[in-house]
Design a protein around this ligand. Structure first.
Ligand code: NAP
Length: 316
């Protein structure tokens, strides 16, 4: 660790676009900054197939974009460690973060940018068949289903994008969506109509059926007609949104009913020195560019807060 006493100006939890942008702005503001990521930097972005709407990049893979963000942040000397933050203890002066490795780090300001994880469908056969036909990442697992039949579940941007990706590998792709209209953007819907994907609307998956070799079918119910049928498929790719990774948020911070944190426009929570940015923060549009922008805002707000705090301490 760069801070021998374990005391930083700014601790960033999460290495997705919000955390990495905060790392860039934190380092440029000459804050002693550390970024803690439990897995690979990039977060959800790193497993996104293609990104076509991040300004400056007409088409870039999520992994390449997250690598660029990480390299950019590290070019300023940002310290990045792989560890899991287990608990934040807000203090009257410094806030503490307890890590899975047993270390305890302290800082004047903490940014929580831990994002979200894929939401589960919650149907029988889902958990048991993870890695045996059930997947939450087409880019990671799609290749295993080359020339096979797969079903994608969901009606948002991710489901449609990943279904389109799978058409390049699978012999047939079903898209099962619970309503009769899509949440996905118009351009993606246009591509979907032209793709040859068989779309089942007003349909929910009630069971994922498996045998010795893994998944072989899903049971689908049409909620308008009540009709139920089995679809033969070996792969079930579930993209029904994300659930916020909010377990680390200390008590006392305002949250909405869906578990997203409520902050002001500076990404400040109601605990001074604790900021939340990215997909974990309640917002209108969960986009990479928005998460990155919030990382910037949080770091600038933290820099100003720390300057003021240190100024007051010196004056005492
Ligand atoms: P999302 O927009 O929340 O969509 C989730 C989809 O899953 C919705 O169609 C929803 O149905 C369906 N769903 C939710 N729970 C379900 C359940 N229990 N059973 C069956 N279906 C269920 O999630 P997302 O597609 O992962 O996108 C997350 C955010 O990232 C969004 O803001 C999206 O715009 C953004 N994103 C953008 C891009 C891009 O711009 N290229 C790419 C990926 C993601 P209902 O529609 O009926 O609610």
């Amino acid at each position: 660790m760069n801070a021998e006493d374990g005391i930083y100006d700014f601790i960033i939890l999460g290495g997705g676009p919000a955390g990495l942008a905060a790392g860039i702005y934190g380092m440029r503001a000459v804050l002693k900054t550390i970024l803690i990521e439990k897995a690979t930097p990039g977060g959800q972005l790193a497993i996104t197939k293609g990104v076509e709407n991040y300004p400056g990049f007409e088409d870039i893979s999520g992994l390449d974009l997250s690598d660029k963000m990480l390299n950019h942040a590290q070019s300023y000397g940002l310290e990045v460690i792989q560890d899991e933050a287990l608990k934040i203890e807000p203090g009257p002066d410094l806030h503490s973060v307890k890590l899975a490795s047993g270390k305890v780090l302290k800082a004047h300001a903490i940014l929580i940018a831990t994002g979200g994880a894929p939401r589960k469908l919650g149907v029988p056969g889902e958990d048991e068949n993870l890695g045996r036909g059930v997947s939450y990442c087409a880019k990671c697992d799609g290749y295993f289903f080359k020339e096979r039949v797969v079903a994608v579940i969901g009606g948002g941007d991710t489901a449609v994008e990943e279904a389109l990706y799978l058409t390049k590998l699978a012999s047939k792709v079903y898209l099962v969506h619970r309503r009769d209209s899509f949440r996905a953007g118009r351009l993606l819907q246009k591509r979907l109509r032209e793709s040859g994907i068989e779309v089942l609307l007003n349909s929910v998956v009630t069971r994922i059926c498996d045998g010795e070799d893994g998944v072989y079918s899903i049971s689908v119910k049409n909620i308008s007609t009540g009709e139920e049928k089995d679809l033969e498929t070996e792969g079930v790719f579930i993209f029904v949104g994300i659930t916020p990774n909010n377990g680390i948020i200390p008590p006392g911070i305002a949250m909405d009913r869906s578990g997203y944190a409520i902050t002001n426009e500076k990404c400040e929570t109601n605990i001074p020195g604790i900021y939340i940015a990215g997909d974990l923060k309640q917002k209108y549009a969960k986009q990479i560019v928005v998460a990155a922008a919030e990382g910037c805002v949080a770091a600038l707000a933290a820099a100003s807060y720390i300057d003021e705090k240190k100024g007051e301490e010196e004056a005492v």
